[in-house]
Design a protein. Structure first.
Ligand code: HGY
Ligand code: MN
Ligand code: MN
Length: 406
């Protein structure tokens, strides 16, 4: 019997994991290093044990589990994704890749598959960048690129170092094994392509570049009634102009870039006070470096123009830039062959979402498998992938691992 994943167990586990951090709207909020994350790590570690892996948590809260290989001294094939979510996110983003990797390990063991290589199961912390403004923090730590934990903090000023000291999921503290022969990640597409084309699978060819900066406009808080319109230095006027400029500049690239102002905070934030300061995030994404460079410069210029128009101060943080990354051609070929072995159609496409796989490329040949997102929705309680599509992705992951680890 070829290794066959158990769709019912996959669904049952994803639904159980989805209860951790459940929101009233039916979404999930699982922020790294808080209680929900510790509970998710504990649960996934138990499942890893049931699949024959020895679980551990590294110094950055990354969960890992090693299944021994038949031959000594070979670096493992790694498979997983992230356990954190955006606020009120969906139940598949990240979680599917972690649970499917565990499911694949269990199917391979139950079928007595002969894997020469060990299998390393992974559940990264802090991929979303929600809490500390650094995306893929857990996987950056694995490849030695994380900022020092005492230098990054959440919006209440609590440092990652302090949160890590208090983070105790009840799993042995063990460093991650250093080497990997390959890294595989099953993930929902989070966009509309597969669903609209009726294709059940994709092998990802590249992951877009993502650049983020914070713009702060400073004007003068003042009385909303007694301050004439021509005597105001309203910080929100500058920010509002920049929001529109960011939209128009990205639209002007005709699909070659996207840009988002995802967080904007007005202070003092009272109905009867002219805004004195506005802090807003700007994020741009493209698969093409020249586009990113041109867009970054144009956004900065738009910010300066808006600030000058309304006599505002403007502070811009340095852009935190992750360049576009091609994924490994051989790993992608193994994914396509695995889908072929199983008789399923598969296409190739870029990822407009960032993923831990982009970071792991620095450590090992990396590949990603996408399954469809219904209506292309993600980072929302409405995020949904059919259980049949989820199981199909897990089966292709299992077959790909078998190919790479045999
Ligand atoms: O933002 C992203 O692209 C990913 O979902 N963290
Ligand atoms: Mn994700
Ligand atoms: Mn996400």
């Amino acid at each position: 019997m070829p290794p066959t994943i158990d769709p019912a167990r996959l669904r049952r586990r994803l639904e159980e994991l989805a209860q951790i951090g459940r929101t009233p709207e039916g979404g999930v909020t699982r922020l790294s290093y808080r209680a929900e994350h510790a509970a998710a790590v504990r649960l996934a570690a138990r499942w890893m044990g049931e699949a024959g892996a020895t679980p551990g948590v590294d110094a950055w809260g990354n969960l890992h589990g090693l299944v021994p290989g038949a031959e000594a001294g070979l670096p493992p094939v790694a498979a997983g994704s992230h356990l954190d979510t955006v606020p009120n996110g969906g139940i598949f983003d990240g979680a599917l890749g972690v649970v499917a990797a565990i499911e694949a390990a269990q199917a391979l063991r139950d079928a007595g598959a002969h894997l020469a290589r060990p299998l390393l199961l992974l559940g990264f912390a802090e991929e979303e960048g929600t809490s500390f403004g650094v995306g893929c923090l857990g996987s950056l730590a694995v490849v030695g690129r994380a900022p020092a934990p005492e230098t990054i903090h959440d919006h209440e000023g609590v440092t990652v170092a302090a949160l890590l000291r208090a983070f105790d999921p009840g799993v042995a503290r063990v460093p991650l094994p250093p080497a990997m022969a390959a890294y595989l990640e099953l993930h929902i597409e989070q966009g509309p392509v597969l669903a609209s084309r009726g294709v059940p699978l994709a092998a990802v060819e590249a992951i877009v570049g993502i650049e983020r900066a914070v713009f702060t406009f400073r004007g003068q808080a003042n009385h909303a009634g007694t301050t004439p319109m021509d005597a105001r230095r309203d910080a929100l006027w500058g920010a509002a102009d920049l929001v529109a400029q960011v939209r128009d500049l990205a639209r002007g690239t005709e699909g070659r870039a996207v840009a988002t102002v995802g967080r904007l905070s007005v202070s003092p934030g009272a109905t009867n006070v002219v805004p004195g300061a506005v802090e807003m995030t700007v994020e741009i994404r493209s698969a093409e470096v020249p586009i990113l460079e041109t867009l970054r410069a144009a956004v900065e210029q738009a910010g300066r123009t808006s600030a000058g128009r309304y006599e505002l101060g403007l502070e811009m943080t340095a852009w935190r830039a992750e360049p576009p990354v091609p994924l490994d051609g051989n790993v992608r070929a193994s994914i396509e062959q695995a889908a072929g072995d199983l008789g399923w159609p598969i296409m190739t496409m870029p990822s407009w979402a960032g993923h831990d796989a982009k970071i792991l490329c620095a450590r090992a040949p990396a590949g990603m498998i996408f399954v469809p997102s219904d209506r292309g929705i993600s980072h929302s309680p409405e995020e949904h992938t059919s259980w049949e599509d989820a199981a199909r992705g897990a089966q292709v992951l299992c077959r790909t691992i078998e190919r790479l680890a045999a």
